[in-house]
Design a protein around this ligand. Structure first.
Ligand SMILES: [Zn+2]
Length: 133
């Protein structure tokens, strides 16, 4: 994906401040987002840049990502508590485990980069582990 192009309609996205998308989140007001109004899709940028964090996400993908995080985050959070390690370390270990399960490179393994199908897969994988643990 070229930066700033909508992943749904292939038209150029607009670079906007968080005020345009999250009027109630003043912590996001100064953050930059690529935004496509017709598709109701957006993505945040890497801190201090206008480089998108991943593909633009519409309502369906945002919902899928939330479900993926809801399934995945408790797993590494449990490890963090159990092993007494840092959040970064527990999350890193969680993502390298997830990359193996998903059959993707660890550098490509981030829920923010996943599509709807991959997010559903994350939920399945984490549920099967949660059930056996
Ligand atoms: Zn669009």
């Amino acid at each position: 994906m070229k930066p700033g192009v909508c992943s749904y309609c292939d038209k150029p996205a607009r670079l906007v401040f968080g005020t345009a998308i999250y009027p109630h989140r003043d912590d996001l007001w100064t953050k930059l987002f690529w935004y496509c109004a017709p598709c109701d899709a957006w993505v945040g940028c890497h801190q201090g840049t206008d480089t998108p964090l991943g593909r633009l996400a519409n309502a369906e993908l945002r919902g899928a990502k939330q479900r993926a995080h809801a399934a995945f985050d408790p797993l590494w959070q449990r490890k963090q508590v159990r092993d007494g390690c840092s959040k970064q370390r527990a999350r890193g270990a969680g993502y390298s485990w997830l990359a193996k399960q998903m059959g993707v490179e660890p550098k490509d393994c981030h829920i923010g980069m996943f599509d709807v199908q991959q997010c559903l897969r994350v939920v399945e994988i984490c549920r099967s582990i949660g059930a056996s643990a």
